[in-house]
Design a binder for this molecule. Sequence first.
Ligand SMILES: Cc1ncc(COP(=O)(O)O)c(C=O)c1O
Length: 352
Amino acid sequence: MTVPTELPPPPLGSFASDNAAGVSPEVLAALVAANEGPALAYGEDPWTAEMVAAFRDLFDAPVEVLVGWGGTGANVFGLASLLQPWQSVLCTDTAHIVVDECGAPARFTGSAITPVPHVDGKLEVAAVAPFLHWLGTEHHVQPRVLSISQVSEMGTVYSVDEIAALCDFAHANGLLVHLDGARIANAVVATGADVRTMLRDAGVDVLTFGLTKDGAMYGESVVYLRPELAEHARFVRKQAGQLPSKARFVSAQVTALLADELWLRNAEHANAMARRLAELVADVPGVRVPRPPEANSLFVQLPPEKIRPLQDWSFFWEWDLSQDMVRWMTSFATTDDDLDRFAAGVRAVLAG
Ligand SMILES: Cc1ncc(COP(=O)(O)O)c(C=O)c1O
């Protein structure tokens, strides 16, 4: 293996993940402001009321919202509030809930999480349909929820029509639709769709509305677009250990990001950085970009012997080594200088 001795300085920012970034200054300011005086715990505070009002305004609907400590926890209690132990969730075989959450959704729901072959990271009606064959037969777990990730784990983005088709299909078969929106802001700006159209009107029932990767410090929200589905959700959240006692600090972050569309501006920046990174490495010999970035991640194929030296210089995650595929992620905090340095390092390592 040839490892070049002379490499340019690595970027200050990280391309490992969008949650390697810090926190939006506006969020930090909101945390400081929320630190004024005492407030009742467990969400009985003015910041939480304001956060719920902000979501109702965003969706122009009487949604229910419960915050939790993080993305996995939000997926866990969001799903657990929809399921009985004999029921199951259908999701792609690349979904975070089945690959990256250490089995937490299956353990806390008591329900099977059934992986369905993905198409470019997405769930498709044709792929799901065969899994409904045993609906109504007592020997088999009963599919109750379709769960999709928007943005998908493969960096692809569902169109509004694709989400609506899945929702129509699910509802026609007595299923609900859960959406893991860890990167919902990136998807909204990528499609140019209005969030009401993409989620409420398309028919999504419950979603994790993620903001941690978009400038928050911690904590995620579960939004029940059909409020009646939240009937038992508070109990489920508490049992799952996801009720933050000082909930005001999560709520204040959410409100700060929703205000003045900061959540969308942050995502717009992150997505634009991924597009620019794709341009910068497009002509580097040995780099193959199978698909232009749709949101804030770039999946590239590299000569396998170059992956480790490049990671040692500036760390990123391998994604699918069967295809020599790695993932580079940008965030609201990525700078032009980060991009230039990273692209220069890629060029140097691949030339070495
Ligand atoms: C698609 C997806 N869902 C959920 C999460 C939430 O994870 P965490 O529990 O680390 O906040 C992530 C984080 O990487 C993710 O990529």
